[in-house]
Design a protein around this ligand. Structure first.
Ligand code: ZN
Length: 481
């Protein structure tokens, strides 16, 4: 090799070294002058679908000085959409830019959920095959995936499987046993607590029995217990049935046989003790009512007239006189014809309303007093409509009216020629100081026209007072004669 060549090669080496040193210096300067950027947490994060993305943070320094606030962050994570999202972090210092990135994968790792209708352990009727009770499959991402459920059947079990679009799967098992442990159900027609009035007939209102496996087994129901409708008391009627599997059910109906109430006489009390409430039904009558009004006036006694609307409409002057002289007016229906009045609740109320309107038009009075033709316990009405008296009694109260029977009967309805002495005695012998005395009379009867003077005189002589019925007076049982 010549000396010239040697020198030339030396020159190349020198240049390479110089260039290398320059680059090294530049690199060191670059490293020294670069800002430092660190991102916290993993560079690749997994975020469950729906969960909120929380930035794990980052730090930037330059020569030990915190310049984190100079960092620019770019990129967004949509937590409602599966996918990969890139977040870029960038910081710039002295013309030098440093960038880092983080990948956030929004994933669905939650299993779908299968809900079994009827539960995971069910009974199947012994003589039946299992029939599917239904199910729902819900996934947090896919929503309702019931249609994707696959069913496998094994002995005494059903297996339900489903996978969501992300491959998460769920499996539930329903076990069933062929057995019947459910009692049949007995349903009573009518109330399980009934009341009938003594001597009225008791008729079984009926029942039905349904079993979960055997269906209608009404014909297997056995009925125990007897109601003695002729004797006051509380009776139990028991209904019993068993299904094929031997599950037994029984229910009881309580039937109360009660005294008739209110009654013609006896231990019922109305109003104040020692008071006589004279009541006159079926009028007003042009022959007898004026004399009765005269007698009451002479004694200064007020009474209660339960007028029949049809009759009063022909004797309006007497209706007005009764009110003008301070007596109370009550409603005794329009026709007093049992076959009409007690045919239906509508009939009854039509008659009450029509009579109430007549009284209001003629006298200006609104009356809330009612007396049922035959009394509230009459047994005639049931020829027209069984049970109507108890329905009407309730309706009267619920519509704001009140009805009154009596605890003393003058007996004037029994005959057209009752002896006056007998009628006076019928009333006076039953008067009591321990209760209010509601006296039933009819102002259409001549015997009554002639008897009331004696009745009033007896009452006055024996320390009784007289008053009219009003809506506030109540009657109750259980007060001694
Ligand atoms: Zn009557």
């Amino acid at each position: 090799m010549s000396k010239k060549n040697f020198n030339k090669k030396n020159l190349y080496i020198k240049i390479v070294i110089i260039v290398g040193v320059v680059f090294l210096v530049l690199f060191i300067l670059f490293v020294l002058l670069s800002p430092k950027l660190t991102i916290n947490g993993d560079r690749e994060l997994k975020l469950e679908y729906g969960n909120k993305y929380k930035e794990p943070g980052y730090e930037a320094t330059f020569f030990g000085k915190d310049i984190s606030n100079k960092v620019h962050v770019n990129g967004k994570v949509n937590n409602k959409k599966l996918g990969s999202y890139e977040i870029k972090y960038k910081v710039r210092k002295n013309m030098i830019v440093i960038t880092k990135k983080r990948i956030v994968d929004v994933i669905d790792s939650k299993k779908p959920d299968i809900k079994l209708k009827g539960g995971e352990n069910v009974d199947v009727c012994p003589d039946k095959e299992y029939s599917e009770l239904g199910y729902d499959a819900i996934d947090n991402y896919d929503g309702n995936i019931t249609k994707k459920v696959k069913i496998e059947k094994e002995e005494n079990k059903v297996i339900y499987k489903v996978s969501d679009s992300s491959g998460n799967s769920c499996k539930v098992v329903r076990n069933y046993i062929k057995q019947d442990k459910t009692k049949p159900k007995i349903t009573l027609k009518g109330s399980n607590k009934m009341t009938i009035i003594v001597n009225n007939s008791y008729k079984e209102p009926g029942y039905s029995a349904i079993d979960n496996c055997d269906k209608d087994i009404t014909k297997n129901v056995k009925v125990y217990g007897k109601v003695n409708n002729n004797s006051v008391g509380t009776y139990k009627v028991t209904y019993e049935v068993s299904d094929k599997a031997g599950n037994k059910e029984s229910v009881t109906r309580e039937v109360k046989v009660e005294k008739s109430y209110p009654r013609v006489s006896g231990n019922m009390s109305c109003g104040s003790p020692g008071v006589i409430y004279l009541t006159f039904d079926d009028g007003p009558n042009p022959t007898t009512t004026p004399t009765i009004l005269d007698t009451l006036k002479r004694h200064g006694v007020k009474a209660t007239f339960f007028v029949v609307g049809r009759v009063a409409s022909g004797n309006k002057n007497l209706l007005r006189r009764e009110v003008n002289e301070g007596h109370a007016i009550g409603i005794h229906t329009w026709s007093h014809d049992y076959s009409i009045v007690y045919r239906s609740s509508d009939n009854f109320w039509n008659e009450i309303n029509k009579t109430a309107k007549l009284i209001k038009d003629e006298t200006g009075k609104d009356t809330k007093l009612i007396r049922f033709p035959g009394g509230a316990s009459n047994t005639v009405s049931r020829h027209y409509n069984i049970g109507i008296m108890s329905r009407l009694s309730n309706e009267v109260i619920s519509k704001g009216y009140n009805y009154y029977d009596w605890n003393i009967s003058s007996g004037d309805a029994s005959s057209n020629s009752l002896a006056v002495k007998t009628e006076i005695n019928n009333v006076t012998k039953n008067l009591s100081k321990n209760r209010g005395n509601v006296v039933l009379m009819h102002d259409i009867k001549k015997s009554t026209m002639n008897a009331i003077d004696g009745i009033i005189q007896y009452g006055k002589d024996n320390g009784y007072s007289f008053d009219v019925l009003n809506h506030g007076i109540s009657c109750k049982q259980g007060v001694a004669n």
